[in-house]
Design a protein around this ligand. Sequence first.
Ligand code: FAD
Length: 310
Amino acid sequence: PYEVLIIGGGPAGAAAAVYAARKGIRTGIVAERFGGQTMDTLAIENFISVLETEGPKFSAALEAHVRHYGVDITTLQRVAKLEPAAQAGGYATVTLDNGARLLGRSVILATGARWRNMNVPGEAEYRTKGVAYCPHCDGPLFKGRDVAVIGGGNSGIEAAIDLAGVVRSVTVLEFMDQLKADQVLVDKLKSLPNVTVHLNAQTTEVVGDGQKMTGLKWKDRVTGEEQHAALAGVFVQIGLVPNTEFLKGTLELSRFGEIIVDAKCHTSAHGIFGAGDATTVPYKQIIIATGEGAKAALSAFDYLIRNPAV
Ligand code: FAD
């Protein structure tokens, strides 16, 4: 059994593991894929103190740091179920897809999130070659170019406003007949000279030259007309989905499925903590996820010293 059992091996899980292991307590990580979303990232330019790195390189550095402290790492395993301890100090049970069970006197959930895809031809092919999801991360890569934003909700309109200050032009495509974002954001968007909005626009294809994306095709859902624009990039902003399906009915989740945590990463169950993109903490970024992972480990340690094993 572990004193601290961490589910997820992304930035949040890795930071939690280093902080827990440095307290000299038995620490384990179970993750489907070590590195998490950073494995899908090309350039990382906003992890403070590292001017520039690449996702897989960053992920390897996370893993090396965790291994340095002798943490038990189990990868390629998916957690299917969590049963919190019946009383504080007891063991939580974590069941894997293959039926194996692991015990943890505390558990840190750091299962991250995934961006919802458009599921159109070209999207997967040109991912990181024009198709992007995170304006804070990849916006500057499109400086002076023409880009599109898919989605007229709050995240799409925030992204469009953010990008309009960096790129040459922004084309917003919204599937419905109106933008769903807050009015104050829509007003701000409308005040920008380099933004065009298309409503009733169903994206049908990401077009490219085999190397990189070169444009986007969409259909006007009212007139049926096919449209095309030459674009260097597209930011898909149709939702970030937390990997928390296996926690439904076990812990309190927000209406978006995020694990509800307080400022010290406590969840609604004894001895269960949450960190990173899977939680209600805003701004899904690596530096934030690592900070939250560190906090969750310190909170778990605090919990362990206050609740003797039962
Ligand atoms: P994740 O990185 O999502 O890791 C989750 C971990 O949990 C993984 O190990 C996963 O395998 C595991 N897991 C999930 N479910 C289960 C389960 N049931 N059982 C076992 N394991 C499970 N942020 C930046 O700060 N800068 C950037 O430049 C940047 N660029 C990005 C580019 C792309 C394309 C994407 C997708 C994201 C980018 N981000 C960037 C966001 C950043 O990657 C995330 O904020 C960060 O990775 C979140 O860390 P996390 O540990 O919370 O979750």
